[in-house]
Design a binder for this molecule. Structure first.
Ligand SMILES: Nc1ncnc2c1ncn2[C@@H]1O[C@H](COP(=O)(O)OP(=O)(O)O)[C@@H](O)[C@H]1O
Ligand SMILES: [Mg+2]
Length: 485
């Protein structure tokens, strides 16, 4: 049933009789377009194309508008993993999130809050990606407590802080591992509305305060990492000076010396003497050398940088560099310094090179440049006779202290610490000390020093008391266990 042109004419014309006069008055091109305009397929296609163009334009506009808006209305803050704020922020975010969850649970429906506040509270702020952070706390009794915390993992997190929404994007790069001591390079980008940019200041302040509180009353121990110092486990609870019992007056003597040194910065500078001081603690194992250094650090609010000279891979250059980038208010502690060179001649300057620190390298590091900051060094050894004279010469070691076998005074003090509250009139203390004298473990009054082979260490005394926590009789009976021979 194909329609002929005459048929169309026939159909169209009677349908629009009034349009005929109008059309005839128009110019030829109009007539040409009118033909297309009259075609429903053409107008439809044109409409679609126009619509697509408008859409594309709108999209481009939107994109440009969005980026303009973003530039105008949003504000970003980048924190990289090397920055001190990085760990502070992650910890803050964990705590902040935990706090928000608990307030959400606690807030009662009857509680009166503003409309905005109530709307904001409805918006869920979630952490979908979590990482596990394991930390170890070294308790004063030597036990290690392990704690796990879920911290925000890589990915995007939305958090609410002081009625502002913040998008936190934690990005881990897998390509540039080396830049962060072999750990992946990471950044966190925080984004919020430009009008609310002031929350960042408050947020970072809070994060730093929180981090500060975490180490308050604690001593941080650092150990060398490739080219930096790294916190060794969680900060330890401060050890009190009272908890370390040295022979009469010894503790006070050292504490006074360190305090005097800390007050004398100007004196050193005026005389062009490097502002540093070295202490050598020697004596039998378990005499409290390490404990005393830890307690002194706690007392003066210092941290500890612990170096194991025997560590493989610790070269002269690294040690030298590490000493120059020491964190502030930190003691350098070289434990068991004799052991690091056992089997090697200390003075052999050409000695072992490569994997370990050489003796010459150690001396260089000790003498190393001090950048105006004070530097306090502690060396410990169980065998002072094995140390090279070059190591203990004044300027490197300024004070040598022997923490020897337990004396009568220390035994009495330690007894009081353990049984002071149950030993009425110190009757049992006298009995215990008498037993030690009879065994030749401690010096008897009015007698010469006992034979060192019979003497004992404060650690051994503490061990005996720990074994007999509730029994003074048990401790007295066990005194003979203390005799070494
Ligand atoms: N003089 C002391 N006062 C209190 N505790 C001591 C003393 N000496 C040793 N101890 C205890 O014995 C253990 C080992 O002591 P430590 O300080 O490591 O000895 P060192 O470093 O001399 O070998 C620690 O648990 C410590 O508390
Ligand atoms: Mg020790």
């Amino acid at each position: 049933m194909s329609a002929t042109p005459s048929d169309i004419q026939h159909v169209v014309q009677p349908s629009f009789p009034e349009k005929e006069a109008t059309v005839s008055t128009h110019s030829a091109p109009d007539g040409f377009f009118a033909q297309f305009a009259g075609n429903p397929f053409f107008t439809g296609g044109l409409g679609l194309a126009g619509f697509a163009a408008i859409l594309a334009g709108a999209q481009r506009g939107l994109r440009q508008g969005a980026s303009l808006l973003k530039r105008r209305l949003l504000v970003d803050v980048d924190i990289n993993v090397k920055d001190d704020t990085y760990q502070c922020f992650l910890y803050w975010m964990t705590i902040h999130h935990r706090r928000q969850l608990s307030t959400a649970v606690q807030s009662k429906p009857s509680e009166k809050v503003g409309i905005i506040e109530s709307l904001l509270r409805r918006v869920p702020t979630r952490m979908h990606h979590l990482s596990i952070a394991t930390s170890k706390t070294h308790l004063p009794n030597g036990a290690v407590q392990t704690q796990f915390a879920l911290i925000p993992g890589p990915g995007r997190h939305i958090l609410r802080y002081k009625n502002a929404f913040i998008l936190a994007n934690r990005v881990r790069e897998t390509k540039s591992m080396g830049l962060n001591n072999g750990n992946p390079w990471e950044t966190i980008t925080l984004t919020t509305l430009y009008s609310q940019r002031h929350v960042f200041e408050a947020l970072f302040l809070e994060a730093h305060e929180l981090a500060q509180k975490r180490v308050e009353g604690k001593t941080v121990v650092f150990t060398p990492r490739t080219a930096s110092w790294e916190k060794f486990g969680e900060p330890r609870r401060k050890r009190t000076l009272e908890s370390v019992i040295l022979d009469e007056g010894v503790k006070e003597h050292i504490v006074a010396d360190v305090k005097d040194f800390l007050r004398s910065e100007q004196w050193y500078h005026d005389r062009c003497i490097p502002y540093r001081r070295g202490y050598l603690l020697h004596g039998v194992p378990g005499s409290g050398k390490s404990s005393f250094i830890q307690a002194l650090a706690g007392h003066l609010d210092y941290n500890i940088a612990m170096v194991n000279l025997s560590e493989r891979g610790l070269t002269d250059d690294r040690l030298n560099y590490l000493i120059t980038i020491l964190p502030q208010r930190t003691f350098v502690v070289l434990e068991d310094v004799d052991a690091a060179f056992s089997g090697r001649t200390m003075s052999d300057e050409s000695g072992y090179r490569g994997a370990n620190v050489t003796f010459a390298g150690l001396l260089n590091a000790i003498d190393g440049i001090t950048s105006g900051e004070e530097r306090i060094l502690f060396l410990t050894t169980n065998h002072v006779a094995r140390l090279d004279a070059a190591l203990v010469r004044p300027g490197r070691v300024d004070m040598t202290i022997r923490l020897g076998e337990a004396t009568r005074y220390q035994a009495a003090q330690l007894w009081t610490r353990f049984y002071g509250d149950i030993d009425e009139d110190s009757v049992n203390q006298t009995r215990f000390l008498q037993a030690l004298e009879n065994l030749g473990v401690v010096q008897a009054e009015g007698q010469g020093p006992p034979d060192p082979v019979n003497m004992t260490s404060t650690a051994a005394l503490q061990g005996l008391f720990l074994k007999n926590k509730h029994s003074m009789e048990g401790a007295i009976a066990g005194a003979s266990e203390l005799r070494r021979s």
